[in-house]
Design a protein around this ligand. Structure first.
Ligand code: PEP
Ligand code: MG
Length: 580
């Protein structure tokens, strides 16, 4: 037995069979005769065509089964199958250097990798996996070979790959893949987004297993704690069975309770909303019983397009969602690009410290055309629903003043031009930078509501990169400093009579639900998949107890102390943390 600890990127607990994803095939790099050039070019074109068809089919399967955001991941690769940036150099290598199509493609990919690696932005570097993934598919067609055949027959597969490529994640035998293990990748990586929306556990930051494991070995994968157990002992298998039964019972209870209201034992209603990334996510929001959308991450809609949408396209998109939500709250966050998120154009790509650099509201305020187009789209779409506008990464009151001035100008322009729009909609800011949390009272005077982005608030309070597996043990939601900031925000909002919600990952983890309620938060926004477990948790909480519990946690000196108390509080989650 060997236990490896890594990063928990998607929750779940599974016992299965290890299966390494292999690279497509090896072949000799050969030159072709000049009279073979035409047929080699035809082979390349046919392989690109076949790949395109395959990706289009995959995308439509995804659209039906998984949801909008994840299907969009393939769009970029579909575009690449016709992109001269990729295809022209391959053609040149075939026609001028007389290289075989596969060789020409591989060399071109190596060149692209070198140019992308020169960029400092993690997100761009992660995008190379899209090129590589596509290249592997095309190579399979060129060389008419198949990936590892093991996974075509075996059951309960736990797929291990150095990096999980986007289309590999979805193009796996349906129903037989139950987990993923990777060496690389953080929470913002595509594989993590996909795995979470597919409900399949994913643990990354695992290295030694790739030297020691063999396809076919038994594995326990704990996507709650980020653990991988290779060749589990009899005791661990028993422990796994026990925990699994508890988890299954809990899931069944959650399902049974899903139509019930989200109220505490003493009758306090809690508002549960959903975080979405595209209009394709809305059906899932309604199905899971969310009260509305608490966070629309508008930037993710454009993630794979490498260009910004214009005002009209944004307006149509927001209007469509507002209509689908039929009057339920719809919080649209303006572009939160930069940092570790992909940006069209050159914003932030060459910065030494992207998370502290040119990003989010800083870009919007310096790009008046871009910002005005989005605000115009939002204020116009507000005629069709309960739209609210939210601004990311605000760090100073000056920024709030500047935002309000721009809103006035934008609305004035629309009115003068006779374009229908709403004059006033609730305006809020994300609290995700300590400077805003510390001076929360002043900020509350300026805005209608605040929404706490705990993902970034933790990152900036503790100075720990949220996507870096090397320092992941320092990324601690339970750190007393984080708790004190949350308490300050919750209490200040209560005193000011303004709404404060939580929309970071903490909101969707039942481990923190009682704490957040005890600190005064009544509105939680999360990935739709987490609505049921959080609702089930709320229905077992008494508010007076929650407040006392939160006070006790605020008295802790160490993050570990807080963590242990949180885990003890919900016995079944404690059990998932047993010594498997
Ligand atoms: C957050 O920071 O908690 C948040 C919700 O925003 P994002 O994850 O998009 O940065
Ligand atoms: Mg954020």
């Amino acid at each position: 037995m060997t236990k490896y600890n890594g990063l928990a990127l998607s929750p779940g607990l599974e016992l299965g069979t290890l299966c390494f994803l292999q690279s497509p095939c090896n072949w000799e790099r050969k030159r072709i005769a000049p009279d073979e050039i035409d047929s080699e070019l035809e082979k390349l074109d046919a392989s690109l065509q076949a790949t395109r068809q395959e990706l289009l089919q995959l995308k439509s399967r995804l659209d039906q089964n998984v949801g909008g955001t994840t299907a969009e991941i393939l769009d970029f690769q579909i575009l690449l199958t016709k992109d001269p940036y990729l295809i022209n150099p391959i053609h040149r290598k075939i026609t001028i250097d007389c290289k075989q199509a596969g060789w020409a493609l591989e060399e071109t990919l190596e060149e692209i990798r070198a140019s992308i690696n020169n960029l400092k932005d993690i997100f761009f570097r992660e995008r190379f996996s899209d090129f590589l993934d596509l290249g592997n598919r095309v190579l399979q067609h060129i060389n008419e070979c198949r990936l590892c055949s093991y996974w075509q027959t075996a059951e309960r597969l736990i797929i291990a790959a150095r990096t999980l490529l986007p289309s590999q994640t979805v193009d796996l035998p349906e129903g037989r893949v139950i987990g993923f293990i990777t060496q690389r990748g953080g929470v913002t990586g595509h594989a993590a987004i996909l795995a979470r929306s597919m409900g399949i556990p994913l643990v990354s930051g695992i290295y030694d297993l790739f030297e020691r494991g063999l396809t076919g070995d038994p594995i326990i994968l704990d996507g709650y704690r980020g653990a991988v157990i290779h060749h589990p002992s009899g005791e661990q298998l028993e422990s796994y069975q026990r925990v699994k039964e508890i988890l299954l019972k809990r899931k069944a209870l959650e399902k049974a309770d899903s139509a019930a209201p989200a109220i505490t034992l003493d009758g306090l209603p809690i508002h549960l909303l959903a975080n979405i990334n595209s209009d394709g996510d809305v059906p899932q929001v309604l199905q899971m019983g969310a009260e509305g959308v608490g966070l629309y991450r508008t930037e993710l809609h454009y993630l794979h397009r490498m260009e910004f949408a214009d005002e009209e396209e944004q307006y149509q998109n927001y209007k469509k969602i507002a209509l689908q939500l039929s009057g339920a709250p719809f919080v649209i966050r303006t572009l939160d690009i930069g940092g570790d998120k992909l940006v069209p154009g050159d914003f932030g790509t060459k910065e030494p410290n992207p998370n502290l650099g040119y990003r989010a509201i800083r870009i919007s305020l310096r790009e008046p055309g871009l910002f005005a187009a989005q605000l115009r789209a939002i204020y116009r779409s507000a005629l069709y629903g309960a739209v609210q506008v939210l601004f990311p990464m605000v760090s100073s009151l000056e920024q709030v003043v500047a935002i309000k001035k721009i809103i006035n100008e934008v609305v004035g322009d629309l009115q003068r031009a006779g374009i229908p729009c709403r004059e006033k909609i609730p305006m809020g800011i994300m609290i995700e930078i300590p400077s805003a949390a510390i001076r929360i009272d002043s900020f509350l005077q300026e805005v209608d509501f605040v929404s706490v982005g705990t993902n970034d608030l933790i990152q900036y309070t503790l100075a720990v990169d949220r996507g870096n597996e090397v320092v992941s043990e320092l990324y601690q939601p339970a750190d007393p400093a984080v708790l004190h900031l949350l308490a300050q925000i919750g209490r200040a909002a209560h005193k000011a009579g303004k709404e404060a919600s939580i929309c970071g990952e903490m909101a969707g983890d039942p481990l923190y639900t009682e704490l957040l309620l005890g600190l005064g938060f009544r509105r939680l926004s999360m990935s739709p998949a987490f609505i049921e477990p959080v609702k089930a948790r709320i229905r077992h909480i008494d508010l007076a107890d929650a407040e006392k519990f939160a006070d006790r946690l605020l008295g802790c000196r160490f993050a570990d102390e807080v963590q242990i108390m949180l885990e003890r509080r919900i016995h079944d989650i404690l059990v998932t943390n047993t010594d498997l």
